[in-house]
Write a protein of this length. Structure first.
Length: 95
């Protein structure tokens, strides 16, 4: 018998908007882990350097977090959310 382990995507980024962003970015994500947990939201530049990190708490289901990106230079960025067990990443453009 072969056993397969499936890892459920309990933490998932639904949308980043507006994209391209000018002064703020709405991060809409779902957390179906059945527990309230702290979420680390990090922004990386194209070289992989972490340039911004904020923390929020999530509730079960859909969550929205508004991040100020006004101080970021124009360019391409990677936003990563992390609940300590799972990570999800998505790209966005800062205009």
């Amino acid at each position: 018998m072969i056993a397969y382990a499936f890892r459920l995507n309990l933490l998932k980024i639904k949308t980043l908007s507006p994209n391209p962003a000018i002064d703020y970015l709405n991060v809409v994500f779902t957390d179906n882990s059945q527990q309230v947990s702290p979420i680390q939201i990090e922004v990386f530049d194209v070289s992989g350097k972490k340039i911004k990190s904020e923390e929020t708490s999530s509730t079960i289901g859909e969550n929205t977090y508004r991040m100020n990106v006004e101080e970021l230079p124009s360019g391409l960025y990677l936003l990563r959310i992390n609940d300590g067990n799972q990570m999800q990443s998505e790209r966005f453009v800062k205009r």
